[in-house]
Design a protein around this ligand. Structure first.
Ligand code: SF4
Ligand code: SF4
Length: 198
């Protein structure tokens, strides 16, 4: 049986659905990045916005165990994902951060001026948030929406294969070759999440 969400539900859950947050505070208490602290400092000096947030706003835990004690399930989930992505993964090289602006009742004390990365969280359906995060359903829907769009693009690529590369697509103002390049660029950011198999 097909169950369709009403337009109202879809709109309610779409852009910037910050109201879905149940304020467990876990994502503000354990944050990590692919970069070492030294690399972050260098990137921050070069002006990279997210690196600046890590260096200027977030605080470092002294050890992974300290982070584990603060948010056991979320930290374990992150570590498991890192292990899955890298068989040579070394836990001692991971740095966890926490935000000092989270209040004791899990509110953001700088909400109106919080950094962009917090405003856009969770960035997409694949962002690693706790199992009981209020965005779980939104993340599932986001993933399915992205997969459906990528599948459509791939179908269009197959149609374009039927035309010569120098044929001009009147409605797009592009040649088939240019259009294929454009579509491949659209798909590229999702390859790290498995787009090749969708
Ligand atoms: S983990 Fe999810 S529900 Fe908890 S504070 Fe973060 S966004 Fe909100
Ligand atoms: S700035 Fe606010 S939303 Fe961002 S991590 Fe800190 S407490 Fe959480």
């Amino acid at each position: 049986m097909d169950i369709e969400l009403s337009n109202e539900t879809v709109a309610y859950q779409s852009d910037f659905p910050q109201h879905l947050c149940n304020m467990c505070g876990k994502c503000c208490k354990a944050i990590t990045t692919a970069y070492s602290y030294e690399e972050l400092k260098k990137l921050a000096k070069e002006g990279q916005e997210e690196a600046k947030v890590f260096v200027e706003i977030f605080k470092r835990y002294n050890s992974v165990d300290e982070a584990r004690a603060a948010v056991p399930d979320h930290v374990e989930r992150i570590l498991n994902q890192l292990k899955k992505n890298n068989p040579d993964f070394d836990e001692s090289k991971v740095t966890f951060f926490y935000c000092p602006h989270l209040t004791a009742d899990n509110k953001c004390s700088i909400h109106s001026i919080r950094p962009d990365c917090c405003r856009r969280a969770p960035r997409n359906g694949w962002s690693l948030f706790p199992e009981d995060c209020g965005f779980k359903g939104w993340q599932f829907q986001h993933k399915e929406r992205v997969k459906a769009s990528v599948r459509k693009l791939k179908e269009y690529l197959l149609e374009l294969d039927l035309l010569p590369d120098d044929y001009v697509l009147q409605t797009r103002g592009k040649t088939v070759k240019e259009m294929k390049k454009f579509i491949h660029e659209k798909i590229k950011p999702w390859e790290k999440y498995g787009a090749a198999l969708w």
